[in-house]
Design a protein around this ligand. Structure first.
Ligand code: DLZ
Length: 157
């Protein structure tokens, strides 16, 4: 039987930061609610959760990187909503946001969960913000809990 290492979803005693974009806040606020609900139901105390608001998706990785480097959080959850418009703007911001979050997580060694919606329509965003396709914020929080636990185990001798 191989040795299997995997994170559980227990959040007791761990600190988390949520970075949330204000742009399209009608949708992103639902993602924040989903993430908060998941963290609290897995044992994270209110005082161990910090919500950091930024203007939009482009600024999300910048704040996530700062939060990760502060050493205060066992994991970070990035939440924002990008909805495609008529220009290539969407592609540029989506690419930078995605790359920025991944780079920051790899370079800081802090797990950073990706809860950024990238949709063609408002309807698709609503579906992923707590209606028929679930809540991407809750899923990202779950990934953050699991990764925080996994890293804790991987750091043990
Ligand atoms: C400018 C802009 C546009 C057009 N669309 C979105 C979007 O769909 N979702 C989002 O989170 N942010 C958007 N932004 C704002 C940029 O992310 C950024 O905040 C501004 O360009 C200022 O740097």
């Amino acid at each position: 039987m191989p040795r299997v290492i995997e994170g559980n979803l227990l959040g007791t005693g761990k600190r988390f930061a949520i970075i949330a974009g204000r742009f399209n806040h009608f949708i992103t606020d639902r993602l924040v609610e989903g993430a908060l609900d998941t963290l609290v139901r897995h044992g994270v105390q209110d005082q161990d959760i910090t919500l950091i608001r930024v203007p939009g998706s482009f600024e999300v990785p910048m704040a996530a990187d700062r939060a990760a480097r502060s050493g205060r959080y066992q994991a970070i959850i990035c939440l924002s909503t990008l909805i495609r418009g008529d220009t290539p703007h969407f592609e540029y911001i989506a690419a930078e946001t995605t790359k920025g979050i991944a780079n920051s997580s790899l370079s800081t060694g802090v797990p950073i969960a990706f809860g950024v919606l990238t949709t063609d329509t408002i309807e698709q965003a609503i579906e992923r913000a707590g209606t028929k396709a679930g809540n991407k914020g809750a899923q990202a929080a779950s990934a953050a809990l699991e990764m925080a636990n996994l890293y804790e185990q991987l750091n043990q001798p």
